[in-house]
Write a protein that binds this ligand. Sequence first.
Ligand SMILES: NC(=O)c1ccc[n+]([C@@H]2O[C@H](COP(=O)([O-])OP(=O)(O)OC[C@H]3O[C@@H](n4cnc5c(N)ncnc54)[C@H](OP(=O)(O)O)[C@@H]3O)[C@@H](O)[C@H]2O)c1
Length: 212
Amino acid sequence: MSKVFVNISLSLDGFMAPEGMDMAHFSDPTYKNWGAKWGALMAWALSQQYLREKLKLGTGGETGPVNDMVRHTFERTGAHIMGKRMFEGGERGWPEEAPFHTPVYVLTHERRNPWVRPGGTTFYFVNDGPEQALALAREAAGERDIRISGGANVIQQYLNLGLVDELEIALIPVIFGGGRRLFENLHEPLPQFRIDRVLASPTATHLRYVRL
Ligand SMILES: NC(=O)c1ccc[n+]([C@@H]2O[C@H](COP(=O)([O-])OP(=O)(O)OC[C@H]3O[C@@H](n4cnc5c(N)ncnc54)[C@H](OP(=O)(O)O)[C@@H]3O)[C@@H](O)[C@H]2O)c1
């Protein structure tokens, strides 16, 4: 059966997004310096050749094991699941050809028709909870895997349901001091993982955990 995995970037002090990075301040990245902090969190990824090509950021970029890992992550993914807060930021920030190229299931209370983007990405808005979103994603993904894209709220729900098979964290040497914390709101029985791989680079430590 296909795997359910998380693959995110995390600040050294455990935040997925800096304080101030919200819709009210989306057009003011100087607010609480959120723009620079987010840039520092994502810099490792945006310097990989594969992602630069995918996001049409230009030629060049790093090749090597981290780039191969990024390519593998995209190629294995047959469907994405995300929360409404992540979607809202992306709706304003992603290029017209959104960088998913699969069905994307957005957990939300909002009722909305599917939003089709060029390049194979369609956003479906799911009002029936995380298990229903996963059932739809599994069906769409076929043999491929399902990526729980984020944000923190949605990842916490899947961790609490015991449904995350693999947890991949790019730990970035930047300290946010506040923001959207990944590991909170978790309850017993807490998920248990073993270390599967550690890949060190000058800009990130790539940690891969597999569920026990
Ligand atoms: N560091 C990384 O790699 C990374 C990756 C992804 C995202 N992020 C960042 O994470 C931040 C967003 O994370 P977040 O934790 O604030 O929010 P989120 O998980 O993206 O979205 C939470 C929202 O989704 C909706 N939702 C979630 N579960 C639901 C359910 N079961 N039923 C119905 N609706 C549900 C609710 O919105 P409504 O009630 O309004 O519908 C809820 O407030 C963004 O800043 C994003 O950029 C970072």
